[in-house]
Design a binder for this molecule. Structure first.
Ligand SMILES: Cc1cc2nc3c(=O)[nH]c(=O)nc-3n(C[C@H](O)[C@H](O)[C@H](O)COP(=O)(O)O)c2cc1C
Length: 313
């Protein structure tokens, strides 16, 4: 059974961004569910003995979902059993468009392989008592039968589906087509998570209202402004929310930085990327992002972000 979610707004899995420190911050700021970056079933089985060092997390993130990819059924079964004791939901990635991954018949390449998908999802569901969820795009091209995949998922016992309604060919261009989220919601009985281009609390409410989806998932906007979860929760409850000042966002970044100390897997380049994201839309942010490109240490990042608090210096 799915756990109970305290909010309708979830943090999206994002390789290089949804690290355990950002997830914890988003959780504290009201995210109903957080999902790890995607993990290869081959890496998970190779790191079996040290799995909690390979996929770091804090119990404070719960409910916590781990995302897997890869289509070798034997490895998949092993990987599910390895992650099962540590996570509340096991999510399967069928959305990543990167060619170096799809060439291995993984992620979005499976959107054209309904029968293999059936075997994969059946293997996962039968290998664990934990709920399995699925994250998809709207086909490789718009003629693909992603809806067939959604129905297969439901038949095989998947308990929740997230749709990012862009095709693989679209990449991140254009706008995600929220009408397809509505179509998915009308097609299946299991909970549907709508994802794509939510930038504000108003967007989140509009997606819920227009599509009837059960939950919304936020990716890039949360990496800029983790307060978005607090804002959405407040907006859904009261119709109002507080704007977040640049100063509060920078202090939230310092908290993020503090949390990273507990997680050796978070790389310097990723922390720098987070700093860049946090400064998006801030007064003076562009200049700081230019400087961030050249820094070499966490102390340098911190000093630059402190400069943002006292721009007259
Ligand atoms: C840097 C980056 C990394 C991502 N990594 C993953 C991933 O590991 N697994 C996944 O299912 N989706 C991944 N995505 C896709 C997001 O989860 C989400 O579907 C997409 O960004 C659309 O949502 P948004 O408009 O709210 O950002 C990634 C997106 C970005 C920008």
């Amino acid at each position: 059974m799915l756990p109970k979610f305290q909010s309708k707004a979830f943090l999206a899995p994002m390789a290089g961004l949804s690290d355990p420190a950002l997830r914890l911050l988003c959780k504290e700021l009201g995210a109903g569910l957080v999902v790890t970056e995607f993990k290869s079933i081959h890496a998970v089985t190779a790191k079996q003995k040290d799995i909690t060092k390979f996929i770091e997390f804090s119990p404070k993130e719960r409910p916590l979902s781990v995302q897997l990819f890869g289509s070798d059924l034997t490895k998949l079964k092993q990987a599910v059993k390895i992650v099962e004791p540590h996570f509340d939901i096991i999510d399967y990635n069928m959305g990543c468009p990167s060619p170096h991954i799809t060439q291995q018949m993984a992620c979005s390449a499976l959107l054209r392989e309904p029968e293999l998908t059936r075997k994969i999802l059946r293997t996962m569901v039968q290998s664990t008592k934990k709920p399995i969820s699925l994250k998809i795009r709207a086909g490789v091209t718009s003629s693909d039968k992603w809806k067939e995949i959604a129905l297969i998922a439901e038949e095989e016992g998947v308990q929740m589906i997230t749709l990012h309604p862009r095709t693989v060919k679209q990449g991140y261009s254009g706008k995600s087509d929220w009408k397809l989220i509505k179509e998915l919601k009308q097609l299946v009985k299991i909970p549907v998570v709508g994802n794509g281009d939510i930038e504000t609390p108003e967007d989140a409410k509009r997606m819920l209202d227009e599509t009837g989806c059960d939950y919304v998932m936020i990716g890039r906007a949360a990496a800029k402004n983790p307060f978005i979860f607090q804002q959405i929760n407040h907006f859904l409850e009261t119709g109002k929310y507080r704007e977040v000042s640049d100063k509060r966002r920078i202090h939230a970044f310092f908290k993020y930085l503090d949390y990273t100390k507990n997680y050796p897997t978070i790389k310097f380049a990723n922390i720098r990327m987070q700093a860049m994201n946090f400064t998006k839309g801030m007064v003076g942010g562009k200049i700081i992002r230019g400087r961030l490109l050249h820094v070499k240490t966490i102390e340098n990042i911190k000093a630059l972000m402190e400069d943002m608090l006292t721009p007259e210096k």
